[in-house]
Design a protein around this ligand. Structure first.
Ligand SMILES: [Zn+2]
Length: 352
């Protein structure tokens, strides 16, 4: 408990705007969707009629402000909406009593601004500090707590909160114990960049936003491209909402760009989830094909039996040798012709 010494600005909101009870298990990350400064945000928290507040705010230049003490509940999250992260307990609780919230200034109303380096470093340091003092697990949340994002709670109205945020870089930072704030910018070892195109040791090439992504995020040296950037009408089979866009396959991952969701920027797809969906579908398609084949085989069998029976009738219908009775002979010829026509039709159906 206590408050973070990293906050150098304070815009306290009145206690009447906050909750008495707090037992912080989750740290919730937000973006402001439209503010420029922490002073503006503080003034809004002190006066807005909806009583919205957060504990902390991180500015674009890495400055940190506090608005609500950590021993009070801020009003940033409230309740779950349908489609929320499955691990969050759906027991009607007010999540403001169970969380500490950090806002990040983003002037864009769709939270699409790339987090500047200074803001990123301050955000990561603040997250580490809050987690350590409150015993919040320093990893993506689960039922026992951790770091979550507003869209985990409310994917219906807050799907773009926090929007463009350096998720992968945060996990890399925390995986590293938050000890090394080394700038992760740079090209993977032994890859070559000519200022426009990045070439991997296997000769694979990466350009545009995907090249930028690799520069700004941790990237395995051996995660070579195995295709060019290609267009897909549906990026993820398991998530139709993403819509169409561009992807590029790498040995271990897939980079994706969904024009329908510009706030996501270029991002790594959840390839395990997608692979499982596609494998399950492929298994189910194969089972259906097999059932269809069994049915076809049964039909062919029935037709073959009919043909055999007709052949037998044809043989039986041959006029006895030396029979010169023209009446009997014509009737027999007619029968033979009719049976022959049916035989031909059936033969075509089963492809004899
Ligand atoms: Zn939010």
């Amino acid at each position: 408990m206590g408050d973070s010494s990293l906050a150098t600005q304070q815009y306290w909101v009145d206690d009447s705007r906050t909750f008495d009870t707090i037992n912080p298990k989750w740290l919730v990350i937000h973006k402001t969707a439209g503010f420029h400064t922490l002073a503006e945000l503080g003034s809004y928290f002190q006066t807005n009629t909806a009583m919205v507040t957060s504990h902390y705010g991180v500015g674009l230049e890495g400055e940190i402000a506090q608005f609500v003490h950590e021993n009070r509940g801020a009003c940033a999250n409230c309740c779950l909406s349908s489609g929320h992260a499955a691990f969050l307990p759906d027991d009607g609780r007010n999540f403001n009593n169970w969380s500490i919230s950090i806002e990040h200034i983003d002037p864009a109303t769709d939270n699409s601004t790339t987090v500047p380096d200074a803001q990123q470093q301050a955000s990561f340091a603040l997250i580490k500090d809050i987690c350590q003092r409150n015993n919040i697990p320093m990893r993506y949340g689960d039922a026992n707590g951790g770091i979550i994002f507003h869209h985990d709670l409310d994917p219906v109205t807050r799907s773009r909160c926090p929007g463009n945020y350096p998720y992968d870089a945060l996990w890399a930072y925390l995986d590293n114990g938050g000890n090394d704030m080394a700038n992760t910018d740079g090209w993977p070892d032994k890859w070559n960049d000519d200022g426009k195109t990045l070439t991997a040791p296997n000769g694979g090439k990466v350009g545009g936003g995907f090249r930028q992504y690799i520069y700004h995020n941790p990237w395995d040296n051996d995660d070579y491209p195995i295709t060019d950037e290609i267009h897909l009408d549906q990026i993820e089979q398991n998530n139709p909402d993403l819509g169409g866009g561009n992807v590029q396959y790498f040995r271990k991952s897939r980079l994706q760009w969904a024009p329908k969701h510009p706030e996501m920027g270029c991002f790594k797809g959840w390839v395990g989830k997608e692979l499982k969906f596609v494998m399950d579908k492929s298994a189910s398609d194969a089972a259906n094909d097999k059932a269809e084949d069994t049915k076809d085989a049964a039909n062919v069998d029935t037709l073959n039996k009919e043909i055999a029976s007709l052949k037998a009738q044809l043989n039986a219908a041959q006029p006895p040798a030396g029979n010169n009775n023209p009446v009997v002979s014509d009737a027999m010829k007619n029968n033979v012709r009719q049976l022959g026509t049916v035989f031909n039709q059936l033969s075509q159906e089963v492809g004899l």
